[in-house]
Design a protein around this ligand. Structure first.
Ligand code: SF4
Length: 341
């Protein structure tokens, strides 16, 4: 069934009482119906500012919709077209594991602050808020790390090892001052000496969409397209981030392509739906290519069909809820992130 027209009819009927937000990695057919498209930080800011919409439909993954739910007012309801759209990276840090790790760090000294990537559950954000830390996105991770260092403290970053490692390197922190904590049973944990030397401890989590980019692909592009510039997302492993011409968040990649001179070629290492949309938007001005074909299957769970089904019947099971007990401290760590910019 053709879904585009009925979706637009419903949007017109609801007017400003309905807001559809879409992450950059969504399918083009879904993005076409969004009131706003953005990365995690932009969408969190929009959700926090939105006052008119009674219903907010979040086309993205679960942690993003949870974030929107915690930042919107009580009389606003957040829905997802497919609530099974999760993020495997966010699932790599459970509350129990994080509390065990935090106790181990604090036993070695009390000068740590947690920084949680928004790609984490509400429970992990609640832990972070209780401990006085902040959330961050890939757009503002460096600012949040500097906020911690400015207080004379050290960073406990989770759950993405690579964003933590790449952000530390951007701030000039040597690799020897970054320790990796593996939460799995039998996983390697930093010993006393490594912890004493560490300014940053990173959780051993990863995004499979971004760890599929490596230096072999970058070398191949350099041979094939020597004039091309290569930009990758900071969730890629450090070797790939260092071999590329630049690395940056989704919003920074958007700017990089916009600012590229006419006739140039940009090769991008991030999610394929987003790269393809940039390629279409800049066709004829800049040649945009994918470093490799890497799709986020969870982002792709949202389709025009399940978006239409949601808008037609508003099932309760598509509502995203966070218990207030969790939301209160989690909100504190999200609001700190928004204040830090
Ligand atoms: S791209 Fe990676 S981090 Fe983003 S939602 Fe998909 S799995 Fe999670």
């Amino acid at each position: 069934m053709e879904a585009g027209k009925p979706i637009e009819d419903i949007r017109r009927e609801w007017g400003r009482r309905l807001l559809i937000l879409a992450h950059h990695y969504q399918r083009p057919s879904v993005v076409a119906h969004a009131d706003a498209i953005g990365d995690s930080l932009e969408l969190a800011r929009l959700a926090a500012r939105e006052k008119e919409a009674e219903r907010i439909v979040f086309c993205g993954v679960h942690f993003m919709a949870e974030t929107a739910e915690m930042l919107t007012a009580e009389d606003q309801t957040v829905y997802m077209p497919d609530v099974r759209a999760g993020c495997p990276m966010a699932d790599m840090a459970t509350e129990e594991q994080v509390r065990v790790a935090w106790s181990a760090l604090c036993e070695q000294g009390g000068d740590w602050l947690p920084v949680v990537y928004v790609n984490s559950s509400a429970a992990i954000k609640a832990f972070c808020g209780e401990a006085g830390g902040s959330a961050c996105t890939s757009s503002n991770a460096a600012k949040v790390f500097e906020w911690v260092f400015g207080q004379g403290k050290r960073v406990f970053f989770l759950p993405d090892e690579h964003l933590g490692v790449n952000t530390a390197a951007d701030l000039g922190i040597p690799d020897g001052a970054v320790a990796v904590y593996d939460p799995e049973p039998g996983g390697t944990r930093p010993g006393r000496a490594a912890l004493r030397a560490a300014r940053v401890v990173v959780w051993k989590g990863y995004c499979h969409v971004h760890t599929s980019f490596g230096i072999d692909q970058i070398r191949a592009v350099r041979e094939r397209l020597p004039e091309a510039k290569i930009i990758v997302h900071p969730e890629v492993p450090r070797e790939a981030a260092r071999a590329a011409d630049a690395h940056g968040s989704t919003a920074q990649i958007v700017r990089y392509v916009k600012d590229a001179p006419r006739g140039s070629t940009i090769v991008i290492g991030t999610e394929l739906h987003f790269v393809s949309r940039l390629a279409d938007e800049h066709a004829g001005r800049v040649a945009v290519r994918a470093l490799a074909q890497s799709v986020c299957g969870n982002m792709a769970r949202t389709t025009e069909q399940n978006l239409l089904a949601l808008l037609q019947s508003w099932p309760d099971e598509n509502i995203v809820r966070v218990r207030e007990q969790t939301a209160r401290p989690a909100r504190a760590c999200l609001e700190r992130m928004l204040e830090l910019g």
